[in-house]
Design a protein around this ligand. Structure first.
Ligand code: XUL
Ligand code: CO
Length: 439
């Protein structure tokens, strides 16, 4: 190990009694929960953009971050140093995966040709470094939103030259992801949305978006890339209205264009809450449609209305998220990518570790609580009984498609009394508390 992050040792599991903030209290990679190692349930990934790129700048001030690579001025040398930092960080924190955008790993050159050459140089280095590490690539993606050319979007830009450029970028990023053994490829619609309908042909933009996604499917087949394609919903920011609004909207879009067999969803907690849903809501929508692929692990701030991308610390959220994941039988190619950044005031490199440690522990505790919730079964049983009227009699006839409005009218006319039962929300919340407190 090169020791980029000096003074920080490999993070260890010390258990509940530990008062060491750089040790895990709950995350114990090899511990079995519901018959599977914690590491295999959680498949944590470090996000290159937040951990190695972000400087803590906000609309009111410049970056505050102090990083071990700050004295490197040559852009390619800097990119190389960050490759080493990535592997050392993942190894020290014990994250088995990392994720990147093409532009995170190598700086853009003056031409696309030069940019791709730079990418190749860095990818060679990553490939080399992977040989001496167990750290793998969870997913790759494209940054087709940062450069001014994407001012009006990428595949939904009114400018066909921009569509072509973004396509070239996805082609290259997919090749790289394939070469590095990436298990998924993510599409987050950076500026795929609109500011005003006064200048927008929504139908053409959506058709083009679908054309773009379908070209990606064709090219994956051509190069033999078998990774899972994922779409990451988000309702707003940077555009006023993002097309991939939430899980339900994306599923509808994919089905409309016949793309649903090829794509699953990457659900991000803070994106779900920006859409005025809970994290669990969007996970549930994805799960019941068989489309939950992966998770961007973070949380928003309930008072601030933007994408704060904070490290997850809310045990209710992680418990209910893990409940959805366990009910699905686990993520297969997916994982929990920390699309999370330290606060601007947390400017030291050590804060990157504190952030990941609390995030990993919060999900580990959530996993244990969710496993208990399923094992105990009281909540599942309550829900089952709540719908028991559909197991026999008229309810079963409805489910079996045996009755229509006429038959139901006859039944309703003869059925003199309707009896409802309590939803018992507070009792269920009390039971949920006991799983979190006791696990
Ligand atoms: C932006 C966001 C992205 C995607 C990858 O809100 O979540 O970082 O995860 O492009
Ligand atoms: Co994300």
């Amino acid at each position: 190990m090169a020791d980029v992050f000096k003074g920080i040792e490999k993070i260890k599991f010390e258990g509940k009694g530990s008062d060491n903030p750089l040790a895990f209290k709950y995350y114990n990679a090899d511990e079995l929960v519901a018959g599977k190692r914690m590491e295999d349930h959680l498949r944590f990934a470090v996000a290159y953009w937040h951990t190695f790129q972000a400087r803590g700048n906000d609309p009111f001030g410049v970056g505050t971050a102090i990083r071990p690579w700050d004295n490197i001025s040559d852009q390619m040398e800097l990119a190389k140093a960050k490759v080493e930092a990535n592997f050392e960080f993942c190894e020290k924190v014990g994250a088995p995966f990392f994720c990147f955008h093409d532009r995170d790993i190598a700086p853009e050159g003056d031409t696309l040709k030069e940019t791709n050459k730079r990418l190749d140089e860095i990818v060679n280095l990553i490939e080399q470094r992977m040989k001496s590490s167990t750290v793998k690539l969870l997913w790759g993606t494209t940054n087709a939103f940062g450069h001014p050319r994407f001012v009006h979007g990428a595949s939904t830009s009114p400018n066909a030259d921009v569509f072509a450029f973004a396509a070239a970028q996805v082609k290259k990023a997919m090749e790289i992801t394939h070469r590095l053994g990436g298990e998924n490829y993510v599409f987050w619609g950076g500026r795929e949305g609109y500011e005003t309908l006064l200048n927008t042909n929504m139908k053409l933009e959506l058709d083009n978006f679908a054309r773009f996604l379908s070209m990606a499917v064709d090219y994956a087949k051509e190069i033999g890339f078998k990774g899972q394609f994922l779409i990451e919903p988000k309702p707003k920011e940077p555009t006023k209205h993002q097309y991939d609004f939430d899980a339900a909207t994306v599923i509808g879009f994919l089905k409309t264009y016949g793309l649903d067999p090829y794509y699953k969803l990457n659900i991000e907690a803070n994106h779900a809450t920006l859409a005025a849903h809970t994290f669990q809501h969007d996970l549930r929508v994805a799960r019941i449609n068989g489309m939950l692929g992966s998770i961007d692990a973070n949380q928003g701030d309930p008072i601030l209305g933007w994408d704060t991308d904070q490290f997850p610390t809310n045990l209710y959220d992680t418990t209910l998220a893990m409940y959805e994941v366990l009910k699905m039988g686990g993520l297969t190619t997916g994982g929990f990518n920390f699309d999370s950044k330290v606060r601007r005031g947390s400017f030291e490199a050590a804060d990157l570790f504190y952030g990941h440690v609390v995030g990993m522990d919060t999900f580990a505790k959530g996993l244990k609580a969710a496993a208990k919730m399923i094992e105990d079964g009281r909540i599942d049983k309550f829900v089952e009984e709540r719908y028991s009227s559909y197991n026999s009699g008229i309810g079963k006839d409805i489910v079996d498609g045996k009755v229509g409005l006429k038959e139901l009218e006859k039944y309703a006319l003869e059925n003199s009394e309707i009896v409802n039962t309590s939803g018992r929300q507070e009792m269920l919340e009390n039971i949920l508390n006991s799983y979190i407190l006791e696990s």
